[in-house]
Design a protein around this ligand. Sequence first.
Ligand code: C2E
Ligand code: MG
Ligand code: MG
Length: 578
Amino acid sequence: MTDTKYQIDLLTAINEKLTANQKAFDMIARYSGNLYIYMDYRNCNDIRLFGPWDEATGQRIENHPFDASYMKSLIFEDDWTAFKETFLNMHMRKERKASAELRTAYKKRWLRCDGTVTYDDRGNPVEKLLTFTDISRLKAQHEELMYLAYYDSLTGIYNRNYFVSGLRNMCEEADKNKTTVELLFLDIDDFKKINDSLGLLLGDELVQSFAARLKEHITENVMIGRFGSDVFSVAIYDPMGSRSARGVYEAVCEDLKKPFLLTNRKEISFTISAGAASYPEAGRTAFELVKNAEIVLFRAKDNGKDTIKYFDPDMVNSFIKTVSTEQRLKEAIENEDFELYFQPQFSIKDNRLRGAEALIRWIDEKGNVAMYPTDFIDIAEKTGAIIAIGNWVIKEAMRIVSEWTETYDFPFVLSINISALQLEKDNFVDNLRHALNLYGVKAERIELELTESIFLEDRDLAIKKINMLRRLGFRVSLDDFGTGFSSLSYLKDLPIDTLKIDKSFVDTAIKDKATNIITESVVDMVNKLGLETIAEGVEDKNQYEFLKKINCDIVQGFLMGKPMSRADFEKLFIGQLM
Ligand code: C2E
Ligand code: MG
Ligand code: MG
């Protein structure tokens, strides 16, 4: 009896301990937040559930017999097959561990499921435990990160990085299928001006609206991205017809005919510039393709905007050359690697030296001409380096004029070329006045050569400044007459002393009857206005004789003398004095 009682007591104690363990385990499971399915293969495949299943499924789990079809009803239908294949038959495949992500049917919560099966010595399954962990928050964070990594937050289209990786895939696909990819860059013309006038918020709104219109062009083979503030990219796989760089560009231009209505009820219209390049012709990698298409876009901008340009190797080479010149020009300015050359000007009546035009030369270490201004002045104008170069020219010209005035008792005139950007500077007139004082130079020794481009921005202001310069005593000439719009009627209103007739005019005047007559009337009219005329680029006797006949005042050109070093030019001076 004692034995039996002892056994009963022992069983009760074991049972109580088990119940306590069970309770503890239930609590741990419930508050860990995880869900568990435990299956005992030794015990008629007994299935038990632990953890907050009711919350996760929205139903009272214990009311249902738990089997595969009930499990199916709890899992989001798209994820059921994968779940079934991964976990339900693990033991048949003798797998010990497996894991996968799935969603619940109720509220589509994301769960990670980890399955473990144990086996006995003979390889028969003993127990299986499936642990479900809620990863919804992690998933949301991950998606947000992915969104930030892939999408442009302002417009919701692909950002630069993701676009380039998509482009890379397209290029690989094109290699496989022996086809091509076209890349199109689009840039809103004068965006800075538009943005400044709208303010940042409306500017953003405009970019968003433009992106929304671009989105309409997305297809299976057309991908769109945002590259910079107002630069958008379009990649077209296996291009053809309307789905080609030209096709998309034309369609977008068509879209732009409808103005954009912003929240301030203002209607905005703009044009776009575009650069197109195609793979593999314009680049062996997606990266190279992007680089070249951007260069083509710059070219389209330079070419007056509202246009599309296509890649060609020369364009890229010249771009690379320009960038390298820009770089070297910076150093040249630092080191003052320049020299002034002088091209003599002669009065046609008496063959006397009138003076010279100062022409800048970029000099190498050996003192030879490294580059002529035709190859770097335009670049310097574009980058703004012309201001520093122009200041150097003014200083150097004044220094030389002051030395010449001391040395040679001769009423010469030295002409200096002035860029429109220099004249636009607020302090231009003051700087010149300051330089005159610094070098003790008389302003009448100096002629400032301006071109018609100074009238493009603010004509009245340009005229006002010219008047100020003339009041200081400077002579002013209009350079390259005949290359711009060169209207005769506007000449009479310009406060200038001299008109320089361009070489192209001089060249055609003796070949072409009409130009001949025009040149004659220009010189005649300019003389009557009391201005002086200089003919530039006079290369042969016939031109000289013609200019003499029509009473042109002064000639400058290779016939009389090429631009020469200061030392050589001074010999002409001395000759004149003897
Ligand atoms: P530009 O002011 O019209 O200068 C005349 C150009 O024509 C000079 O070229 C000169 O060498 C060239 N030339 C003169 N006679 C003849 C000729 O008979 N035949 C031919 N084929 N060419 C002739 P360069 O020195 O290369 O200067 C080119 C342009 O660069 C100048 O045209 C001017 O616009 C600009 N430039 C030169 N120096 C300066 C400067 O110091 N500042 C600025 N802003 N521009 C400058
Ligand atoms: Mg000139
Ligand atoms: Mg000229």
